[in-house]
Ligand binder design. Structure first.
Ligand code: GDP
Length: 202
């Protein structure tokens, strides 16, 4: 089913977060992991374009996302990419200070979609982020990006290495190029959103 994204706002501090009106889905990943491309595959070019606008790349960009029937709504929160730079115990020293409070405290946050590049060996920063989400009690799913670049054997090998390094079975291989895994990722997003609608977090 087609989805429509409407840009809400770019938040540069916690005071700018929109009032939570629908289950929220956060997108996280290192720079260049393929986040804009994945957003594009999920909800169309608009979200990807806004999120890569200079000046907005260090903000949390919020989008209202609806299916065509406009019956089911959720909010996508596109978080700034975390860098290759030195990783502190708070994930990345570069990461704006309001990201962690967002992840820890945002009431409507139903699911974190954590992007990792399936083409490169797992990075400690990704594991650190997942461990942090685990300790914060947040649900997450890993999207292994750019899967189209790998042959069948490489795919199996790299996914197995990711499962091991990240200590999770919950990995959806995706490609923004071929749309592999997009339907599955949407199903996961919808399931988390439905759960949040039925039983809102306090
Ligand atoms: P971002 O910095 O995380 O937003 O990453 P982008 O979406 O801008 O993608 C970074 C680079 O990876 C670009 O050159 C994209 O064309 C490429 N890329 C992203 N997704 C895919 C994919 O699914 N398949 C392939 N082959 N390339 C991709």
């Amino acid at each position: 089913m087609r989805h429509i994204a409407q840009f809400l706002l770019s938040a540069f501090s916690a005071s700018q977060f929109p009032a939570p009106t629908a289950p929220e889905i956060a997108f996280l990943g290192r720079s260049n992991v393929g986040k804009s491309s994945l957003l594009n595959a999920l909800v169309g070019e608009k979200a990807a374009r806004v999120s890569s606008t200079p000046g907005r790349t260090r903000a949390i960009n919020f989008f209202l996302v609806q299916d065509e029937s406009r019956r089911r709504r959720c909010v996508f929160a596109d978080l700034p990419g975390y860098g290759y730079a030195k990783i502190s115990k708070s994930i990345s020293a570069e990461w704006p200070k309001f990201i962690e409070p967002y992840l820890a405290e945002r009431p409507a946050l139903a699911l974190c979609v954590c992007l990792v590049d399936s083409n490169i060996p797992p990075r400690p920063a990704d594991r650190q982020l997942l461990d942090w989400l685990r300790s914060a009690g947040r649900s997450f799913v890993v999207a292994a990006t750019k899967i189209d670049r790998l042959s069948g054997n490489e795919r199996a090998r790299n996914l197995s290495a990711l499962r091991k390094a990240l200590d999770t079975e919950d990995i959806i291989p995706v490609s923004a190029k071929t749309n592999d895994g997009i339907r599955e990722l949407w199903a996961r997003i919808e399931a988390s959103a439905a759960k949040e609608r039925a039983d809102p977090s306090p």
